[in-house]
Design a protein around this ligand. Structure first.
Ligand SMILES: [Zn+2]
Length: 151
């Protein structure tokens, strides 16, 4: 009989702490989304100064994706949406800064490239124009990151 009671207590304990941790995790996630959105606006404003034709476009909408582990970010240029890998942000401080300072502008510049130069550039992703915007913005035109995330 006591085994049953213990199991129940363990279950309650897991439910309580599991739920509690989930709430904390959600708070951090919301905070992170706010921070990413603030940075997106700043990056977009800077790009608009470099390329005033971008002023007629809204900055891309950023979504956190829990499943990304190889790609740190994905740009869906036709829908103005960027997905960023949540696991990279929470992996370590180094990865967090790389996501904010390199991957986020990298993906936003894919969108700017598409808005400015259209589909022909979108097809080759890291084309001549994308590299040009990266360099004008002040970043290296690296296609790939070296962060490693377990699946
Ligand atoms: Zn890219």
């Amino acid at each position: 009989m006591s085994i049953g009671v213990n199991t129940y207590v363990v279950f309650l304990h897991r439910w309580f702490f599991g739920g509690f941790l989930c709430i904390i995790d959600n708070m951090e996630r919301n905070e992170l989304i706010r921070l990413i959105n603030d940075n997106t606006r700043i990056i977009w404003d800077n790009l608009c100064e470099l390329y005033p034709r971008l002023l007629k476009y809204n900055p891309p909408v950023i979504i956190l994706n829990n499943r990304l582990w190889r790609n740190a970010g994905l740009s869906h240029q036709e829908s103005n949406i960027i997905e960023l890998g949540y696991k990279f942000f929470i992996h370590s401080t180094d990865y967090y800064y790389e996501m904010i300072n390199i991957i986020l502008p990298h993906e936003i510049i894919h969108q700017a490239d598409y808005n400015l130069f259209g589909l022909s550039e979108a097809k080759c992703g890291h084309g001549k124009k994308w590299r040009e915007i990266m360099i004008n913005y002040g970043l290296e035109d690296n296609k790939y990151h070296s962060m490693e995330i377990k699946r």
